[in-house]
Design a binder for this molecule. Structure first.
Ligand code: ATP
Ligand code: MG
Length: 900
């Protein structure tokens, strides 16, 4: 039975039992505690936490999951993938333990012909939480199995919680005995509380049923928590690994050999010429490749791009491990273009977006492989240098910090370092490496802990929501409402009033205010009440369904009257609609100019301004930026209709609507905004104009980098766009007046001016030097007498080597010939000092040497010099030392000359 059939049967079984089939959510559903969705229940958390009312009492889904902690197990155990699909059924306060057990047991044991799995009862073992007597009783009742077939496990295995205070409860699993080929015999009625590791591959866990019944007040670890009481509403959450059932029904030894995953292994066999099944170490590599290719493809599909942090890093690691494993199997060319399409063809049957979005997905993956190949080349050079250094110093161990640097800075996997070291006859200080890795992991954990702050203090809001229900949100319909005050808060706590001047929060029964979301800033406006006015500073939705206005009391004291008049500033809203529609237009224009890989990764817009971040490597050329602006403004001139409609997520996908990665969309209906029909279709809850021409204008002001593989484009819209252009026009106007030219001639005129200025500066410089040269006579006349030697010295700022020499020779010629004399000139042209010393005949006769004197100077100047006795020259590095160098020559002459 192929995986698609298993999936279908699962959904059909639960649909027949009154469950609503809900499509898989993105792997990136935001959750402060998770990098990726790792279980079927994650998208339903708000229902389990009581934050939202589920639209149905029963649901079923087949959810994409990624579990990074399982990465080390991949290929080594028979049952762990980094990516897998979890089939689940969920009851929100509807059926409980007995229903869940019946439904699962029925599907597992029902004959194939009747739509079940047809698994042999004699091989099945239910497990329960050891204190859950009720579950034991129910398993006996439903399955008729004797007591000794039921396995009792402890908290670690069979008690579920989210790791934080909140719901928790015992679990029951269904284990399948695969026989002695997969592990030793064991009497399962006596094991526990833990499941021995050596039994886990034999007694394969295929399904986990979670009975949410307890309210936990503290969770210190998986097995250490406090149960405060019972949940008011008991829920069911189950998870069945699609791949695990597939391996049983397809009679395969492990999940990597099932129909969806195995074709990649076969392709690797073809590429490498090695046979799967011939060598245990190679086999692990085959399986790692097959698993990682699939998970990385699915992650890119949901919008992750490789990077050095969090999600991006996980993706990078998966891609690199895949590439690296293929290399270890002996294939050195680009591997991913050979393997990704194989996985796409299999997974694309279920996840059609892999096919429609293939350009982007493959581009991202292949670029990362190319970058890694470059890394391997660089890393190899660095490794070789380090290895040589170790050997040259007589050592035989590569230090741990070097291995760590290779890993951390160059992305060089440690197993690669180990292997290359052993080829080079070296060992690696693995302990040192591991302790540095451990330090890094600690830092990462601390980072993750700080992320948990996300849950912070929504308690008060949830109370308000519980009391009054969700806010009637009318931002799409109207700009003004008559509303009733439901709650006043200050500093996250309920208060009874706000005085004039105070800032606090108010919740109304209905509101026209747009709460910040989807990149669109919150509306501004006022809320009037009998005897006063509130200015709305911000609007947020801290818990789903509840709109909270942050306000300042302009006058009066809140509350007397219970009726308020909420009014969005219409100017503000017009600007906001222009900016948000403008963002969609710029996005579509970008994709038209750059191609469909240019996909928005984030955005922000407020009246008059928008910015959009998008995945793209390398900067845009000025021509590309110009084109984007042009395409965008053409779309405004074309006066395209803007519309929106609600549909299901699969329908939206079918329609080609772009979903922003990492956003949660309602499982029921999503809102698709389109501009000009298929030209721009995006999932979006924002406020928009009715026709594109109402955006007014889009003026792109810049394009820049925001981290690796991400660019940002910014623009002004509407009146702000015109204002920006008007400011530029004014600047041009002022300059034209100033320069007495027409705007069109401005560039020519300014570059002309710049050129002339540069020329004039040179002329001035020349004139100054000429003047100095002309002052040779004065310099000679001013020569100092140092113990019978005439020294004429001068520092000439801005003079270069040639001028310095001319001046020095000229001054020497003007010194009295009968007296020993020297001319020393130091120039600082071009920022570097140059020095020339010239000694007259009488000086040389008296034992003076230009060569010696120039060295005295250059020593101070930080350079070198030399020459003959009569003329010598040199240079230096530090022009600021020119005066000091001259003084050194003077001192030398004053001290060093023997008295005549
Ligand atoms: P195990 O102990 O085998 O790692 P688990 O206790 O982590 O499993 P649950 O968290 O209960 O598993 O997940 C529910 C079901 O999802 C499991 O019964 C199994 O069928 C499946 N599953 C869990 N992790 C993986 C994985 N890494 N790869 C494939 N299937 C998995
Ligand atoms: Mg696990």
């Amino acid at each position: 039975m192929d995986s698609a059939d298993i999936r279908r049967r699962f959904v059909a079984h639960f649909e027949a039992a009154g469950h609503t089939a809900v499509p898989s959510a993105s792997l990136l559903v935001p959750d402060p505690n998770l990098l990726f969705v790792n279980a079927g229940m994650v998208p339903f958390k708000p229902y389990f936490l009581g934050q939202e009312t589920p639209p149905w009492p029963r649901a079923t889904s087949v959810q994409k999951c990624v579990r990074t902690p399982d990465i080390e197990d991949v290929g080594k155990t028979t049952r762990h993938g980094t990516f897998f699909e979890m089939c689940g059924n969920f009851s929100f306060g509807d059926y409980f333990k007995e229903g869940a057990i019946e439904l699962a047991w029925d599907l597992v044991t029902k004959p194939l012909a009747d739509g079940g799995w047809g698994l042999e009862e004699s091989r099945l073992h239910p497990s329960v939480y050891e204190d859950d007597a009720e579950a034991v009783e129910l398993w006996r009742k439903v399955t008729g199995l004797p007591d000794h077939r039921i396995v009792r496990l402890g908290r670690k295995e069979n008690y579920w919680s989210m790791g934080v205070p909140g719901p928790g409860g015992p679990c029951s699993e269904i284990l399948y005995d695969r026989g002695p080929a997969y592990g030793p015999d064991a009497d399962l009625s006596t094991i526990g509380p833990d499941m021995p590791t050596e039994l886990e591959d034999r007694f394969l866990e295929i399904w986990n049923l979670v009975f949410m019944q307890d309210e936990l007040s503290a969770v210190r670890s998986k097995s250490d928590f406090d149960i405060a009481g019972s949940l008011p509403q008991r829920n069911i959450d189950t998870g069945m690994g699609l791949e695990r059932v597939a391996l049983l029904l397809q009679d395969k030894p492990n999940m990597y050999e099932t129909d969806v995953v195995f074709p990649v292994i076969q392709r690797v066999e073809e590429l490498t010429g090695r046979r799967y099944g011939a060598d245990p170490a190679d086999d692990v590599r085959f399986r790692v490749v097959a698993d990682h290719v699939r998970s990385s493809m699915m992650l890119i599909g949901d919008g992750v791009t490789p990077g050095n942090e969090s999600r991006g890093y996980v993706l990078r690691r998966l891609l690199r491990r895949a590439v690296r494993s293929v290399r270890l199997l002996g294939f050195e060319d680009r591997a991913l273009p050979e393997l990704f399409p194989v996985s796409r063809d299999k997974m694309g049957e279920t996840y059609g977006e892999l096919l429609t979005d293939w350009d982007r997905i493959s581009t991202v993956a292949y670029a990362e492989e190319d970058a890694f190949r470059q890394t391997l080349r660089t890393g190899t050079t660095i490794f070789d240098t380090a290895a040589t250094r170790v050997k040259d110093s007589g050592g035989s161990t590569l230090p741990g910090d070097q291995a760590f640097a290779l890993h951390d800075t160059y992305g060089f996997p440690i197993d690669l370092t180990l292997e290359m070291a052993s080829e080079a006859g070296l060992e690696v200080d693995e302990a040192g490496f591991r302790s540095l890795m451990a330090e890094q992991r600690e830092r990462a954990k601390a980072d993750a802990r700080s992320r948990k702050g996300g849950h912070a203090d929504t308690g008060a809001y949830r109370d308000v929501l519980g009391e009054h229900g969700p806010t009637e949100w009318l931002a799409y319909e109207t700009l003004e409402t008559e509303s009733r005050l439901q709650a006043v808060l200050s500093g996250g706590r309920r208060v009874t009033s706000l005085a004039a001047g105070e800032v606090g929060e108010v919740v109304l029964d209905r509101t026209p205010f747009y709460a910040e979301s989807g990149g669109q800033a919150a509306d501004a406006g006022t809320i009037d009440f009998a005897g006063g006015t509130l200015e709305v500073l911000d609007v947020q939705r801290p818990v789903k369904g509840l709109v909270v206005h942050q306000v300042r009391v302009v006058d009066g004291e809140l509350p007397p009257g219970a009726v308020l008049h909420a009014r969005v500033d219409p100017e503000w809203r017009t600007g906001a609609r222009q900016a948000h529609s403008g963002t969609h237009v710029v996005h579509a224009a970008l994709r038209e100019v750059l191609g469909p890989q240019a996909l928005q990764s984030g955005s922000y817009n407020r009246p008059g301004y928008l910015r959009l971040d998008f995945g793209w490597t390398g900067g845009l050329s000025p021509a590309q930026v110009h084109d984007v602006e042009e395409v965008a403004n053409r779309a405004l001139r074309a006066d395209l209709p803007v519309g929106w409609q609600y549909m299901t997520l699969p329908e939206a996908r079918e329609w080609g609507a772009l979903a922003l990665f990492g956003e949660t969309y309602d499982v029921g209906q999503v809102r698709v905004v389109e501009i000009g029909g298929p030209w721009s279709r995006e999932l979006c809850g924002g406020t928009h104009v009715d026709h594109s021409s109402q955006i007014g204008t889009i003026v792109v002001t810049g394009e820049s980098s925001v981290g690796s593989g991400n660019r940002r484009i910014e623009a002004f819209t509407g009146v702000e766009g015109f204002a920006y252009l008007a400011r530029e026009r004014d600047v041009v106007g002022e300059l034209s007046t100033l320069l007495k030219t027409r705007p069109d001639d401005l560039v020519g005129r300014v570059s002309d001016l710049v050129e002339r200025l540069r020329h004039a500066e040179k002329e001035i410089e020349k004139a100054r030097v000429a003047q100095l040269l002309a002052s040779a006579g004065d310099l000679a006349a001013a020569a100092e007498d140092l113990d019978g030697v005439a020294l004429a010295g001068q520092v000439v700022a801005g003079a270069g080597g040639g001028d310095v020499r001319t001046l020095a020779l000229d001054v020497r010629a003007r010194l009295a010939p009968e007296r020993p004399g020297a001319a020393v000139v130091i120039g600082t042209g071009g920022g570097k000092p140059s020095v020339v010393v010239a000694v007259n005949d009488a000086g040389r006769a008296a034992g003076l040497s230009a060569n010696t004197l120039v060295r005295v100077a250059t020593q101070v100047l930080g350079g070198k010099g030399g020459g003959k006795d009569d003329v010598a020259q040199g240079g230096g590095a530090d022009a600021s030392k020119a005066d000091e160098a001259l003084r050194a020559v003077r001192d030398h002459l004053a001290q060093g000359r023997p008295t005549a």
